[in-house]
Design a binder for this molecule. Structure first.
Ligand SMILES: NC(=O)C1=CN([C@@H]2O[C@H](COP(=O)(O)OP(=O)(O)OC[C@H]3O[C@@H](n4cnc5c(N)ncnc54)[C@H](O)[C@@H]3O)[C@@H](O)[C@H]2O)C=CC1
Ligand SMILES: O=C(O)C(=O)COP(=O)(O)O
Length: 391
């Protein structure tokens, strides 16, 4: 029986992927094998040594101590692209809300009173305060052309916008998806200076903290709109508030309300709703639950943010050793020597590495005694060892 702890609400469609006869799933559970999480801050909680995997039912993993988990030999999985359409749609709403001054207009309407005749007159007199602008031919700069950025850039092209993108580490797959009408910016500054709208779609890292700052806001075109549906810290909030108050920035649409932003009429803030659609919640939960199950039951690694991709079909009757080790020379040599010494025959083997971590799957055509697993665990550089008994 595997024990799964959920730290946030996870869609039942995902939880149903973990059969009840083999999985116990609860918010409070002793010695869990794995954790399913959305935005709960795992930096602030004790992570039980029993945990073998963490599944983030979403994209961003800045709420998880990933480096610490790597040192422990624990993979962190996420659900790349599973909520990208939901975020794209909210970004498009942000652009339209900002361009047509809709939040201010809705507020004006809420405050109307008097009879219908008086209201109608106030509407016709008042509407001139909310004159907006249209999107075709307006420029949009997209920083980060991953699952979300590509979708935002493509949709904006379809709306007739002039779109530039910047991403120095774009994947080939995302490049294939990107509309050929999206122009490549040479740097963030180049992109900012060409853009009236800027949308950030990068993970929160040291390199992306404060990416949009006071200097860059000064480079933007007039009536600028910043869209931040990535993470609060990627935009320097104080600089944005200053630009909004000075009237040099038209609007700040973001998914991260704060006291500094509260009450500012030019701020359009949603309560971290980017991934909050039924579709996105189901997609993320299903994807990550399948990945956790494949890891716990077979040792396979798909869509991990700290482990290499490692998928090896497990032959019926084979016992599998899953070994996480430092990516240094002679690890596979030592592992296979330990097996040979104990007269264990290897039927299949996969060794993959990513950065400092290597992951080795070894299939053996006999049972693996606990003493052999311990011998391998004792090899210097081995971080975690797991035996998956033959089915
Ligand atoms: N508001 C919400 O509810 C949601 C927010 N997010 C946020 O959006 C972020 C992006 O999500 P996805 O597009 O799914 O991730 P992704 O991993 O598919 O794309 C991120 C892209 O950013 C690029 N990048 C990294 N550093 C960069 C830099 N310094 N300059 C330019 N590009 C850089 C990467 O090369 C990658 O292509 C997540 O990390 C998360 O923080 C994601 C989903 C929902
Ligand atoms: O997927 C992401 O990165 C998100 O920010 C979504 O967060 P959530 O799952 O809605 O708490």
């Amino acid at each position: 029986m595997f024990k799964i702890q959920t730290l946030n609400n996870i869609s039942v469609f995902g939880l149903e992927r973990l059969p009840r006869e083999r999985y116990e799933v609860a918010t409070e559970i002793q010695n869990p094998d794995a954790v399913l999480v959305r935005s709960a801050d795992m930096h602030k909680i004790e992570i039980n040594p029993s945990i073998k995997a963490i599944g983030r039912a979403g994209a961003g993993t800045n709420n998880i101590p990933v480096a610490k988990m790597s040192q422990r030999g624990v993979p962190v999985f996420n659900a790349p692209g599973a909520n990208a359409n939901a975020v794209k749609e909210l970004v498009l709403s942000g652009m339209l809300l900002a361009a047509r001054n809709i939040p201010q207009a809705l507020d004006f309407v809420k405050k109307l009173d008097g009879d219908d005749h008086a209201m109608h007159k106030a509407v016709e007199d008042g509407k001139k305060k909310f004159v907006g602008f249209e999107l075709p031919r307006r420029s949009l700069g997209v920083i980060g052309l991953g699952a979300i950025g590509v979708k935002v850039a493509n949709a904006a092209v379809e709306l007739g916008m002039d779109v530039h993108g910047f991403d120095p580490a774009m994947t080939v797959n995302n490049a294939w998806q990107l509309d050929s009408r999206v122009k490549q910016a040479l740097s963030v500054d180049d992109l900012v200076s060409k853009s009236q709208f800027i949308s950030v779609h990068v993970p929160l890292l040291d390199a992306t903290r404060g990416l949009i700052n006071a200097d860059r806001l000064k480079l933007m075109k007039k009536q600028g709109v910043i869209l931040n549906f990535a993470r609060a810290e990627i935009v320097d909030e104080a600089a944005v508030v200053e630009a909004l108050n000075a009237g040099t920035l038209h609007a700040y649409a973001c998914d991260f309300p704060s006291n500094a932003l509260k009450g500012n009429p030019r701020v359009i803030a949603t309560p971290h709703l980017g991934a909050s659609t039924g579709e996105a919640e189901d997609n993320c939960a299903v994807m990550v639950a399948d990945q956790i199950r494949d890891f716990l039951e077979v040792g396979n690694v798909r869509n991990s943010v700290n482990f290499p991709e490692a998928v090896l079909a497990l032959a019926p009757g084979a016992t599998r050793l899953c070994i996480v080790n430092a990516n240094v020379p002679n690890m596979v040599g030592q592992i296979t020597t330990a097996l040979a010494k104990n007269n264990l025959n290897i039927s299949d083997l996969l060794n993959k590495s990513r950065g400092d971590i290597a992951y080795t799957l070894v299939d053996v055509d006999a049972a693996i005694p606990e003493s052999v697993a311990q011998e391998i665990a004792a090899i210097q550089g081995v971080l975690a060892v797991r035996v998956i008994p033959a089915k």
